[in-house]
Design a protein around this ligand. Sequence first.
Ligand SMILES: [Zn+2]
Length: 146
Amino acid sequence: MKLTEHFTLEEFTHSNIASRLRIDNRVPDELMANIQLTANKLELVRKVLGFPIMITSGYRCPLLNARVGGVSTSAHTKGLAVDFHCAYGTPKEICQRLIDTGVQFDKLIQEHNQWVHIGFSPNYNRQIVLTAIKNSGKTVYVNGIV
Ligand SMILES: [Zn+2]
C-alpha cells in the first residue's frame, strides 16, 4: 500500500526478525495516522538528502520491539520513528545535513555510526539530537552529533 510518492506501508512493517519469529507486525488501525505522518515527514528527509531512504526498522509492535531490545516507550511502537540508511553518506553526515537544512523532527539519533534513527511527533518538534555509543558494552546517549 502506497503512503506517499516514495514510501509504502510494507517498508514500515517489514522485519526479518518478525518474519523469522512469526510475529504479526501489522500496524493497528489506530496507529495508521502516525505512520502516514512519518511517511510525509520522510519525504522531506529524502528531498534534502537527495537519495532514497532505506528503512531498516519502522513500525514495531510491542512484541517485536521487546525482541530487538527496544525501550518500551520507543517511538517505533507508535509508528513515529524509523531507522534508516541513505546513500547520501555516513550516519553522521546524514544527521549533520538534516540539522543544517532545518528539517523538523522530534528526535534524531546517530546510532553507533551504523544507522540513523529519526522520530517525529504529531504534537511537537523538540529537535533533540543524540549520538548512541557503546560504553563498556552498554549503549549510552550523548548530546549532539559526535
Ligand atoms: Zn530507532
